[in-house]
Design a protein. Structure first.
Length: 342
């Protein structure tokens, strides 16, 4: 008898539901969220496990690798689709979620998600650490500006290198302000130092990667954008056509059709938000500065017809498609001719 197993994963426990090929619940249980524990539990089942499904999440890729290594056919299921299906349940519990995942797996009504390689996840971890430190440093700077503004002291537009001296200059002569700003400035200096170390490591990662070297031949694509694209796509062969990358990133218009109503809205915003943001930043850089290329000319002409915001999104989508084509064809960006984007 074929069995379909649904796993609802949490940090400590995983709810398990096993249903037969006829849709009958065979067994329900809870186990620790560890690949070895889950594999032992699954090996004790009577019957042939056709597939194991779990919703994509923070622990899912780790569990997916462990269960796949143990010999099980494991599937990562798209989060949006699973959540949409489980909303139909009037009562939400981990047990019911596991059952819902098992039934989606049994019916085949799911969209599989690519499980990223360990190297891609490690790159994403470095980029995530860089972004977290950068955001915290900016938050400290904004807090310092707001703190001094209450006393009519305006920092103004100033470079990062002169920021600390400017704060000390404004707080000088006021012991209470000096007491308040000094530890924040020390924390900012530490964050800035650590950010510089991470920036150097990120540049080194990109320099040591031949794929990133080719991606960076496109104007506007720096080390962060190249590494973000490299880690997010991971395996370029999973796209049958380069044109599929745009919808995957969520840079295509949404559509809501029902009867006589047919509304085209903003972009779908599906997929990796960090990659989408990086591509939009690259498109903005390309449109505003840099050398002239056929791609920049195309974006400028579109901006004249449809406006800069629409042109920026369209350019970001086209950049994603071209980067995938460069990766697949093992070529570099050609500023004078558009590639074949099949």
């Amino acid at each position: 008898m074929k069995l379909f197993v649904g796993l609802d994963v949490s940090l400590v426990k995983t709810s398990i539901c096993v249903i037969s090929e006829y849709g009958k619940i065979i067994k329900e249980a809870e186990a620790e969220s560890e690949p070895e524990v889950l594999a032992r539990w699954l090996n004790e089942l009577d019957g042939s496990i056709a597939a194991i499904g779990l919703e994509a999440g923070p622990l899912s890729q780790w569990l997916h690798r462990g269960l796949t290594a143990a010999g099980f056919d494991t599937v990562l299921m798209e989060t949006r689709q699973v959540k949409g299906a489980l909303k139909a349940m009037p009562i939400k519990t981990d047990r019911r979620d596991a059952e819902g995942i098992a039934r989606l797996l049994h019916l085949g009504w799911f969209r599989p998600v690519h499980c990223k390689s360990v190297s891609a996840q490690e790159t994403r971890a470095v980029l995530g650490a860089r972004k977290a430190i950068q955001q915290n440093m900016i938050a400290l700077e904004m807090s310092l500006r707001g703190l001094l503004r209450n006393f009519g002291l305006k920092v103004g537009a100033i470079s990062r290198g002169r920021f600390e001296a400017r704060i000390q200059e404004l707080a000088e002569g006021n012991p209470m302000l000096e007491t308040a700003t000094a530890p924040m400035l020390r924390a900012r200096a530490t964050l800035r130092s650590e950010l510089a170390v991470l920036e150097k490591q990120v540049r080194q990662l990109a320099q040591n990667d031949p794929v990133c070297h080719r991606l960076m031949t496109m104007p506007g694509i720096g080390v962060v954008v190249a590494l973000t694209f490299r880690a997010a796509v991971d395996d370029p062969t999973r796209f049958r056509s380069s044109k599929r990358v745009g919808p995957w990133v969520g840079l295509t218009p949404s559509r809501n059709q029902s009867g006589e109503r047919d509304v085209s809205g903003g972009i779908t915003k599906a997929g990796d938000v960090n990659l989408r943001r990086a591509l939009c930043q690259a498109a903005t850089v390309m449109m505003n500065r840099g050398r002239s290329t056929w791609l920049r000319t195309w974006g400028a002409q579109l901006a004249q017809r449809r406006g800069r915001k629409i042109a920026m999104v369209a350019l970001a989508r086209r950049i994603a498609v071209i980067l995938h084509r460069i990766w697949i064809d093992n070529t570099t960006f050609q500023p004078g001719a558009a590639p074949n984007l099949a």
